[in-house]
Design a protein around this ligand. Sequence first.
Ligand code: SAM
Length: 211
Amino acid sequence: MEKQEIRTFGRRHGKKISARQQWLIDNILPKISPLNESDNTVKILEIGFGSGEHLRELANQNPEKIIVGAEPFMNGVASLLSAITNITTNEVLSEYKNIRIFADDVRDLLRNTDSKFEQIWVLHPDPWPKAKHEKRRLLNAEFLKLLSNHLTNSGEIIIGTDHWEYFDWIQQELQKTNLKFSTPDIATIHTRYQEKNKAGTIAPKYLVIKN
Ligand SMILES: C[S@@+](CC[C@H](N)C(=O)[O-])C[C@H]1O[C@@H](n2cnc3c(N)ncnc32)[C@H](O)[C@@H]1O
C-alpha cells in the first residue's frame, strides 16, 4: 500500500460558497486545468495562492506566459474564479486567459506533469509553528527536490515568509540538497496574508533557489 502523505494545509472549506462561485467551480475550473496544457509552453507556478492576488499580478505582468496556481482551499479558489471572470457572462476576462488552476495539493499536480517552470512562487507557506506539527511543513528537503525537478535550466523558486523560524528551518532543509540559494531583499509583495499582518509589521524574508 502507498504511504499516506502528510497533509500540509489546514481546511479545504470555509464559509459557504455563493451560487455563482459554485457555478464557476463546476463549469470554468475544469476548463482551465493545468493538466490540459502542453508541456512546452513557458510557465510560472504559484503554490498556495490563497485568494490569488499575487497570481493575478503575475498574469498581468506576463501575458505571454501560462500562470499555474495550486491551492486546495476551495474558498480561495472560488475568490480567484470570481475575480478573473465577467460578472454578467461568467467568461474568463481577456487579461486572465493565461491563468490555469489546480484546486488541490500541488504535489499531486507535480507528480502528474512533466512541465517545467521558469519561476515557482511560494508566498507565506503555512508555518505550522508547534513542534508537534513540524512534519506538516511543506518546504522540506524532499519537496524542494521535487520542485527543482520542475525548474527550467535558469528557473528559480522564490519563497517569502514572515515566520523567521520557518525561514531558518527551510535553509537547514536546503543544506540536505544540492540546491543553491540566496536571501535577497525583495520589495514587499502584496498578498492577503501579508496585508493582514500589517499591524504586526514583521517584514517578510525571501529565499531564491536555483539548481
Ligand atoms: C498562510 S496561506 C497564504 C496564502 C497566500 N499565499 C497569501 O500570502 O495570502 C498558505 C496557503 O498554502 C496552501 N497550501 C498548503 N499546503 C499546500 C499544498 N500542498 N499545495 C498547495 N497549496 C498548499 C494553504 O491552503 C493556504 O491557502
